[in-house]
Design a protein around this ligand. Structure first.
Ligand SMILES: [Zn+2]
Ligand SMILES: [Zn+2]
Length: 455
């Protein structure tokens, strides 16, 4: 996205020298670290434009033209540089390729060849040191810093651009880049408003310089904001995010989490109500016969990604909850010992072979103190499962947090075995947490028990 693509690239003879970017920045050498050409193009000229805007009046026609040209040149980057050339997400006829190479050049963000090469490295090595604009180095770095400061081009990850070298439009634009920039960046916007309504200077300042500034900043937001602000509905292992604000600023490139997962999809927004004018443009070009072979991921694959990410979020939530001590970690109690302890005043209740300490819960029992007390020191499995009251799923969940032991011996052996079997058959999530679904608690009997002989 600098205006001179290979400015910082070493010549063959220089390759053995230590690159300035790999040396410590000091008070003496800091200016050598700065890429002054880029500073001029992305900071100096816009400031000059802002200053001139103070005495150049903005005419309505020029303002409208500047906005229209903003969209043309911005779409040159998003529909052309990005989705067509960097990602090959559709094919374009020669006239469309020429148009996109021209208006894309008018955005002053480097040649297609240079831009797409770095962008492919960004996708391949996202968030690593080989990512040319990694957000891990700071938001400002991913927005501007990577262009303002010199970078060692050898650090940036390798990518294959043989397909781009075979596209005559790309090669022509790269060779004639400065001419394209001057013509499409400044001369054309000035000519239109000059010949159209006599506003030469306004066309130069507003549709030229300041429009370039806004298009550049918008694109830089894809590298910074889209890796920093928003949700991660498809994968959260890397930094790309989805956000409507980024989409509004970048002609629809703000659904960046989706884009990094499915980069060869010509869409960034997959819902009809989401803002993606780049997608609408490509689709319209298809209707006009200018674009074809629009690539789209199957919604089955997209939904899989979404479900997996949801699952991960659910696992994280589940891990924070108290599900009670796992059965296999509970101490084993003799039946007689269990009965003995309740006689001594401890509020123990055995349900499905699991002993629960409900001492502190007796006073809060929704069915009353008397009811719960009647089960203490007994096998209350049937009482709890419908014999007296058919307890809710919530009650089983709460009960599980009060577990203190497992009964051995007597009629409870079978229940204990069943509990053990269930325990070994619990589904576990990827972090090893047991997944206990509603109605699957060990204290829960499959069917309500109608008669209350346990009481
Ligand atoms: Zn990205
Ligand atoms: Zn991309």
């Amino acid at each position: 996205m600098s205006s001179k693509p290979d400015a910082s690239r070493p010549r063959a003879a220089d390759t053995k020298k230590v690159h300035i970017a790999d040396t410590q920045m000091t008070r003496q050498n800091w200016y050598k670290h700065v890429n002054w050409l880029n500073v001029t193009f992305i900071i100096g000229i816009p400031i000059a434009g802002c200053i001139q805007a103070f005495w150049v009046p903005l005419q309505l026609k020029t303002a409208i033209w500047a906005v229209i040209y903003y969209f043309f040149t911005g779409l040159g980057i998003t529909a052309g540089y990005h989705r067509l050339w960097a990602h090959c997400s559709y094919s374009a006829t020669l006239p469309l390729r020429i148009w996109l190479a021209l208006v894309g050049g008018g955005a002053v963000e480097g040649s297609i060849r240079w831009w797409a090469r770095d962008h492919r490295a960004h996708h391949r090595y996202t968030d690593t040191d080989k990512d040319p604009y990694s957000v891990r180095k700071g938001l400002l770095y991913s927005h501007l810093g990577w262009m303002v400061m010199k970078q060692n081009p050898k650090r940036i990850g390798r990518t294959d651009i043989t397909d781009l070298n075979e596209d005559p439009v790309v090669v022509w634009q790269h060779r004639n880049y400065i001419k394209v920039v001057l013509t499409m960046g400044l001369i054309v916007p000035m000519l239109v408003s000059g010949l159209g309504w006599g506003d030469w200077y306004g066309g130069f300042v507003y549709a030229g310089i300041l429009r370039i500034f806004f298009v550049q900043q918008a694109t830089f937001c894809v590298n910074s904001l889209a890796h920093w602000l928003g949700d991660q509905p498809f994968d959260d292992r890397n930094s790309p995010r989805d956000h409507i604000i980024t989409a509004l600023v970048t002609l629809g490139e703000g659904y960046h989490n989706f884009h990094h997962e499915f980069p060869s999809d010509y869409r960034n927004a997959i819902e009809w109500h989401q803002y993606d004018p780049t997608k609408w443009t490509i689709w319209t070009c298809k209707q006009l016969g200018l674009a074809y072979d629009l690539k789209q991921f199957r919604s089955n694959e997209i939904e899989k990604g979404r479900v997996q990410q949801l699952q991960k979020k659910i696992d994280q939530k589940r891990a924070k909850l108290d599900w009670g001590t796992p059965l296999d970690q509970l101490p084993v109690m003799e039946w007689d010992d269990y009965v003995e302890q309740t006689k001594n005043g401890r509020g123990l209740i055995s349900i499905a072979g699991v002993v629960h300490d409900v001492t502190d819960f007796i006073k809060d029992h929704p069915g009353g103190k008397a009811m719960i007390k009647s089960g203490l020191g007994k096998d209350a499995t049937a009482m709890f499962n419908g014999g007296v009251y058919y307890h809710s799923n919530g009650a089983h969940n709460l009960l599980s947090t009060m577990r203190v032991g497992v009964i051995r011996g007597g009629g409870e052996v079978e229940i204990w075995k069943r509990a053990q079997k269930e325990n070994s058959e619990y589904v576990r999530d990827e972090t090893g947490q047991r997944i206990i679904r509603a109605g699957q608690q060990v204290t829960k009997m499959p069917e309500p028990i109608p008669t209350a002989d346990a009481a």
